[in-house]
Write a protein that binds this ligand. Structure first.
Ligand code: NAP
Length: 297
């Protein structure tokens, strides 16, 4: 790290825990690439100290902050303004200090969409099967429904959570066509023939003995299968999809592009996508998934 002086701009990520975040690597590499005098640090912020931490963004004149689990919803209480996406998703992953005011954004959904487009799929007019109804799934579902998809099949282990998400989406994005589907092999298999894009937004796939949620025999060349889990990069779902002739998109693209959007909001500089992707790939390959602690569900 080069020497720092009074003009160095401080950025960071608030989470708890925060040990395995790849965001410092992404943003410090991008700052160096542009020759920006800025540094990005991980901050393990205990929930009891979150309000103090958020207020310190202005006190310390930080350029901006990313927010991750478990703070994405709670920080909304202290934002001076929210982007339309953050308001709809009900979570903030990027805070920008501008003219002394805290602006809350959510770049997860847009990051996902950019990753899919990079994988060769335009979502407009497509039918998407989304597994999961947690924070990441909610961001993805909102962005998909804002992007003129044809239909969304929503499946989740806890059915009531999928039903709540579907009801929220129908209320806020009235043109969205959404069906809640049971997360079971026969139900998913019945809906795969008219599905174009399958997205795993559950945490299943991170651990070697995780179950396969989808009946992989029902996948085929008509499908694009995207797994947002990025440790490991090649999840069992992606490997099964490839064996069935489906195209696949791994979770690194969403990570990369949500970071790119945050960087562009903060600095108005273009994120060096290809350069950072190469660094991320090295990092993900160096840190096998076995080193990730199992998250509490
Ligand atoms: P979350 O809010 O905790 O949601 C977890 C989801 O996984 C819920 O839908 C949950 O279902 C489901 N789930 C957990 N255990 C399950 C099981 N045994 N069987 C079936 N479903 C199960 O987490 P999140 O923030 O949405 O993150 C989900 C995953 O996405 C994580 O692996 C995270 O690392 C990854 N992610 C990747 C990116 C990226 O940039 N690539 C961004 C964000 C997140 P219930 O509702 O029934 O509990």
């Amino acid at each position: 790290m080069s020497s720092r002086h009074g003009k160095t701009r401080l950025y960071g990520i608030f989470g708890y825990p925060i040990d395995h975040s790849l965001s410092p690597l992404m943003h410090n590499t991008a700052f160096a690439h542009h020759g920006l005098d800025a540094v990005y640090l991980p901050f393990a912020v205990h929930p009891a100290h979150l309000e103090t931490a958020v207020k310190s963004i202005a006190a310390l004149q930080m350029g901006g902050v990313n927010v991750t689990i478990p703070h994405k919803q709670a920080v909304m209480a202290w934002m001076d303004a929210l982007s339309p996406e953050a308001r709809l998703i009900g979570a903030v992953n990027t805070i920008h200090l501008r003219d002394g005011r805290l602006h809350g954004h959510n770049t997860d959904g847009m990051g996902f969409l950019c990753a899919l487009e990079e994988g060769g799929s335009d979502v407009a007019g497509r039918t998407v099967m989304l597994l999961g109804a947690g924070g990441a799934a909610r961001a993805i579902a909102v962005q998909l429904c804002l992007s003129d998809i044809r239909r969304l099949y929503l499946a989740n282990r806890t059915l009531a959570r999928a039903e709540d998400l579907a009801a929220f989406l129908k209320q806020n994005i009235p043109h969205a066509d959404i069906s809640v589907v049971t997360l079971g092999a026969s139900s998913l298999a019945a809906h795969l023939p008219d599905t174009d894009i399958v997205v795993n937004a559950t945490s299943i796939g991170m651990h070697p003995h995780d179950p396969m949620l989808l009946p992989s025999h029902a996948l085929g060349p008509r499908h694009l299968v995207c797994d947002i889990v990025y440790r490991p990069l090649q999840t069992p779902l992606l490997r099964a999809a490839q064996r069935q002739g489906a195209r696949t998109v791994d979770g690194l693209g969403m990570l990369l592009h949500q970071g790119a959007k945050a960087f562009e909001i903060w600095t108005e500089h273009a994120f060096p996508i290809a350069f950072i992707r190469a660094r991320l790939l090295e990092a993900v390959t160096e840190q096998p998934s076995a080193s990730c602690p199992r998250r509490k569900e």
